[in-house]
Design a binder for this molecule. Structure first.
Ligand code: NI
Ligand code: MN
Length: 243
């Protein structure tokens, strides 16, 4: 097999589909069916090995139960969401917590990181169920390529520590504002993380999310060598295009 490394498809909003070098499929933040940004022909996730969920909001885990049941994938998420999914009949769920690392599929290290955000799950009656803390993930793949998906978050000082501890090659950062940081603070986040490549996410989905990749480029133009990989929903990039 030609070594293409890690391949990433942005499905719009925070939903991110990844193929690992050995061909495993990982979906971060399963929200596709109701996701207005996700192209129609990419809404059906048929083959999946692992699902990661950053937090309980519908725009991040809206399709978690249905996709997990259809594909039989493993799920890694925070303890409280794991408990919720188990009660919905989802199998193969591993609950972890912030700071914990799971080695999945023998060689892929998945670490849950801090995020500054909330995490309520909307129940069937419309009420909010406690979903634990919001989180992000650092994934160190079998070829050592390292990706940081920040989830929904404000910039926070400990992003510096995430950079020091994991040295991510690429960071997926929310830039839309309103529910998360916007482009100016995402540029600040990049300085804290010390990461040379960024994929902007959580923008353009709703009218309230006004931040754009062009604003991020302007705000981050003094960061030497920074690569802003601005994707369209549904677009795929290979590892060499992310560094
Ligand atoms: Ni959220
Ligand atoms: Mn969100």
């Amino acid at each position: 097999m030609a070594d293409e490394g890690v391949t990433l498809t942005w499905l719009g909003h925070a939903a991110t589909l990844i193929a690992t070098p050995s061909g495993k499929k990982i979906l971060i933040d399963p929200w596709v069916q109701g996701n207005p940004a996700c192209p129609d022909d990419q809404k059906n996730i048929e083959n999946l090995d692992l699902m990661l969920i950053t937090h309980g909001h519908f725009d991040h885990m809206g399709d978690a139960v249905s996709i997990a049941q259809q594909t039989g994938c493993d799920v890694i998420c925070i303890f409280e969401i794991a408990d919720y999914l188990g009660k919905q009949g989802v199998e193969n769920v591993t609950g972890i917590n912030i700071g914990g690392t799971v080695v999945w599929s023998e060689s892929i290290a998945i670490t849950m990181t801090e995020a500054v955000h909330s995490s309520g799950i909307t129940g069937e009656d419309g009420g909010i169920i406690y979903g634990g803390s919001a989180a992000g993930f650092v994934i160190r793949f079998e070829n050592h390529f390292t990706l940081y998906h920040a989830g929904d978050t404000e910039v926070f000082e400990s992003m510096r520590l995430i950079g020091d501890l994991y040295s991510p090659d690429v960071a997926l950062l929310p830039i839309g504002g309103h529910f998360t940081m916007g482009p100016i603070k995402a540029a600040r986040a990049l300085r804290l993380i010390g990461c040379g490549s960024v994929i902007p996410i959580h923008w353009g989905t709703f009218a309230a999310l006004t931040g754009t990749p062009d604003e991020l480029k302007r705000a981050a133009r003094d960061i030497p060598g920074l690569k802003v990989v601005a994707l369209e929903p549904g677009e795929t990039v290979r590892q060499r295009q992310m560094v």
